[in-house]
Structure formats: C-alpha cells, structure tokens
Design a protein around this ligand. Structure first.
Ligand code: UDP
Length: 483
C-alpha cells in the first residue's frame, strides 16, 4: 500500500456503505465511486434519502451483483425541496437535523445488519464530509469511516484556514475593505487568494459566533475525523497544495476525475441526473459548426435576479456567438415580471437554444462547444476540464469563489467574472475566449489540462493508482465488532 494507512489482514468479505449529502453535486461523484468500488468486487451499498432515491432515474439505481441501493427517511415531503429556496447555512442545518431525526434509525440498522444472503455486514463507511450525522453514527457503532469531500482540494484547504484567518484578524472583514487585497498567511495560497476569493458567506460574517463559521468548523472537524480523505481531483492540479494538506491531515486519496474513471472502467454507466434531461439540445448542437457554441449553465442551486439574467442574455446575444443555455425553471427569481424584447427573442431564435436541463457531460464533449460559461461548481469545473473547454466563471457562492480563482489564475484555463454581471463584460469575455490570439492560448492550455486529467486515470496514472490503493485499503479494513 503506497498510502500511510494502518490496516489489518485482508478480508474477502469487505462491504462498504456510501452515503452522500442529498444534492446533485454530491450524489453524482459518490455514485460514480460506488459503481467503481463495486466493479472492483467489493460489496457496496449506496444510501440516499427517500426523496433523492425517488428522483434518481430508474436506470441510475439498478442493483448490480455487488451494488445495491437503499433509502433512508429524511422527513422531507417536497421532492427536491432542499435545492430550492437555497438559504445557506440554514438549509444545511435544517437538512442535517431532518436527517439526524429521520434517518438515524434506518441508517444504524443498515450499519449493524448481519449477513443477508451473500451480503456480509458493513465493514466500512464512506461518508460525505458535510454529513455530520453519518460520520457520528458510524463512529458510535464502531465502523471505520472514510471521508469523501466532494468539493475541490483548494476549497477544503480554504475552509480549513478559517480559524487562522480569524486569529489573524482577517475574518470578519473590516467595514470598508479592499476586496482585491491578497490574503496573507495561507500556506500554499501565497499571492493567489484575495478577500473576494474566500467563501462568499465570509462577506456576511460579523462575529466569530456566526452560524457560517460554525458550519465551516463542522466541515473541518468532519474532514479529519475519518481514517482517510477522498477527493474527486487529480494530483497534477494541485502540486503545491496537496503535499501541504497531506502534512496536516489523514492520508489523502485523489481519485478523480471520477466521471472519467467511471466512463473508462464501468463503460455502460448510467446517468445520475436528478432532473429530466432535454435531449433536443443535442440535435441542435449537431447542426452547429465546430467550437462555435458557448454552453451556459449555473448548476443546480444558483439563483439570479431578472436583471442579472437579462444582462447575461444581452451579453450573449451582443457577442454574436451561438449559445446553448440550461435555464432551470427555478433559476431566475421573479422571471414572470421580466420584460424580454422582441429583438432578443429573434436573435436567440437565430443562434441560441434554451432548455431547462441538459446532459452536461455529453454537451461539453460535443465538438460544437467552444466555451463554458459556468458557476464553477466543482463537478462542472472538472467536467469542463476533462472536455478541454475554456471557461468563463461566474461563481455564485461558497467553494465556487476559490475554484474560479484557480481556473483563471492558477490553471489558466479561463476567465473569472466574479462579482460583476454586466452585458458589456459578458460580451467582452465571450469574445476573448472565442476569438483571436487569446482564444488560441486558452484553448491550448485547456487542451493541456484535459490531457493531464486523462493521464491521471491511465494505467500508470496517479488517480488510478490511488483508487487501487483505496480499494485495497477497503478490502483490508479492520472488521468492526471485533471479528
Ligand atoms: N448538470 C446537468 N445538466 C444541467 C446542469 C448541470 O447534468 O443542465 C450537472 C452537471 O453535469 C454537474 C452537476 O449537475 O455534474 C452540478 O454540479 P456542480 O458541482 O457543478 O454544481 P452545484 O450542484 O453545486 O450547483
């Protein structure tokens, strides 16, 4: 084993239970991991809340020989309600609480079941790093827990530095402050991180007793409470940060991009989408020239005002380029009151396509797509990287703030439009990514990044090797209950 994990003798009857936070961006990578681990011969139980279980398309949750799906009650009556009216951090606290009350009993039962047919008892848990109750309960019944952090390593590290930023007087921000000032004293982020790149809620924090700080501290202690930390990322992305993180934390396994590894190994892997995909956009894309389309999506929770929506729309139309825009029905607050000019509608008909939800990985891989206007959620960022498509980033909140900074200033595969929403800037950035010298430069660095991502899952790739040692570790993890 090449990671410094302690393990005992190998067990043929390893059984891992994987439990994600109930949201698309968490379910997708953890389901990929479940498929991969079961494909390696380990019994794998994938646990969702009942509402997510219902929303996973039929094909996304078909039991296999070594993969089974189970649901736990969550006391939520509204399907998908947790992705609507997204109010951070109350949404997290409410969801944690409803799961703690609703799911604990069933979850505990799953953890302590004896043999059922050929299924052995659970020998280890892979819990989402933001799901406190799942980690706590596994600890209570004595099952070793591995923590999966679905955000980027640079985000996890940023969160981890919050206590020292408080000690150094950087948080809370002074009343009047320069958001572009570099934040000093964060190991590995020297010269990179500005105030505006910190998680967006830090702008609201007025005291160290704030709920946002409590939430972040909870994430930080979850992270180090497990035997190992798993990231959906690859080593070449963070050659400076990862060694620093490793020197403070339990062993880190970077095993991404998981959607690429899954495609490569599990091949006929089915969709993990929680919404209905509109495939008419694929036919539309088929009729567009190579690298001519800007694909626009702001993920699953970002909400914008009608004014912001109109600014994006004008910017896209004014750029003269073609665009495909995934506009969730709940993305614009107050859309009904919005005035859209005839001219906008006509220009959009000529060279635009707007649908509610697209098969994003397929869209990004389509030869017609030349730019990704994204909110920089970690899954979207990785999917854009793997497709080698340059990005324009409009981060909405949380981890997206630091992800977009890394996209533009560390990985240099896109532009960061953080904190502004102006049609002229949208138009200028679209032109910069789609036209002339700047477009060529961005395209070639995006292609280089895609190549690094692919190499990481090759036979000798780091993610592939890390995944294999993770599976060996799971197979040899100490059996709980003294067996
Ligand atoms: N996605 C999709 N179709 C869409 C928009 C998004 O399939 O029309 C998927 C996308 O491929 C990604 C996930 O939704 O896997 C969004 O996750 P991410 O971490 O990027 O953002 P968040 O969920 O935090 O908004």
């Amino acid at each position: 084993m090449d990671k410094n994990t302690s393990s005992s003798s190998s067990s043929a009857a390893a059984h891992v239970l994987i439990i994600p936070f109930p949201a698309q961006g968490h379910v997708t990578p953890m389901l990929s991991l479940a498929k991969l681990i079961s494909f390696s011969g380990v019994f794998t139980t994938f646990v969702n809340t009942e509402s997510i279980h219902r929303r996973l398309s039929g094909s996304g949750r078909i039991d296999g020989r070594r993969l089974r799906f189970r649901a736990v009650p969550d006391l939520l009556t509204d399907d998908g309600g947790n992705e609507r009216d997204f109010d951070f951090p109350s949404m997290f606290f409410n969801l944690q609480e409803s799961m703690r009350r609703g799911s604990t009993e069933t979850y505990k039962k799953l953890l302590t079941e004896e043999f059922i047919g050929e299924w052995p008892p659970v020998t280890c848990v892979i819990a989402d790093g933001v799901l406190d109750f799942a980690i706590e309960v596994a600890g209570e019944v004595g099952i070793p827990t591995l923590v999966f952090r679905t955000s980027s390593p640079c985000c996890a590290w940023t969160y981890a530095t919050i206590p020292s930023l408080i000690n150094n007087g950087i948080i809370p921000f002074p009343e009047e402050c320069d958001m572009d000032e570099i934040v000093k004293g964060v190991e590995g982020m020297e010269g990179i991180m500005r105030r505006r790149d910190l998680p967006s809620f830090m702008r609201m924090v007025k005291s160290t007793e704030d709920n946002h700080i409590k939430l972040m501290n909870g994430f930080n202690s979850n992270l180090v409470s497990g035997k190992v930390i798993i990231f959906n990322s690859f080593d070449a992305l963070d050659p400076t940060l990862l060694p620093i993180m490793s020197s403070y934390w339990p062993p880190i396994f970077t095993i991404g991009p998981l959607h690429l590894l899954t495609k490569f190994w599990v091949k006929n892997s089915c969709s993990s989408s929680l919404r209905q995909e509109d495939r008419t956009c694929m036919t539309w894309l088929d009729n567009q020239p190579d690298k001519s389309v800007i694909y626009v999506s702001f993920g699953t929770v970002a909400v914008m005002s009608p004014e912001q929506y109109i600014e994006f729309w004008h910017g896209l139309v004014n750029s003269g380029h073609r665009f495909l825009w995934a506009v969730r029905e709940d993305m614009v607050k107050g859309k009904q009151e919005m005035e859209v000019t005839k001219e906008m509608e006509e220009e959009t008909k000529k060279r635009g396509c707007m649908v509610e939800w697209v098969p994003q990985e397929e869209v990004l891989a389509h030869r017609a797509v030349g730019c990704f206007l994204t909110h920089c959620g970690w899954n979207s960022t990785l999917e854009g990287m793997v497709a080698g498509v340059p990005m324009i980033c409009w981060p909405y909140f949380s981890d997206q703030m630091i992800n977009s900074r890394f996209v533009s200033d560390v990985w240099r595969i896109g532009l960061d439009m953080k904190d502004v929403c102006d049609r002229n800037i949208v138009e200028r950035m679209v032109r910069e990514v789609m036209e002339g010298e700047s477009a060529l430069e961005l395209r070639s660095s995006a292609a280089r990044m895609a190549d690094l991502a692919r190499k990481s899952i090759d036979e000798n790739g780091t993610s592939r090797a890390n995944f294999e040692s993770l599976v060996s570790y799971i197979k040899s993890a100490e059996l709980p209950r003294g067996s």
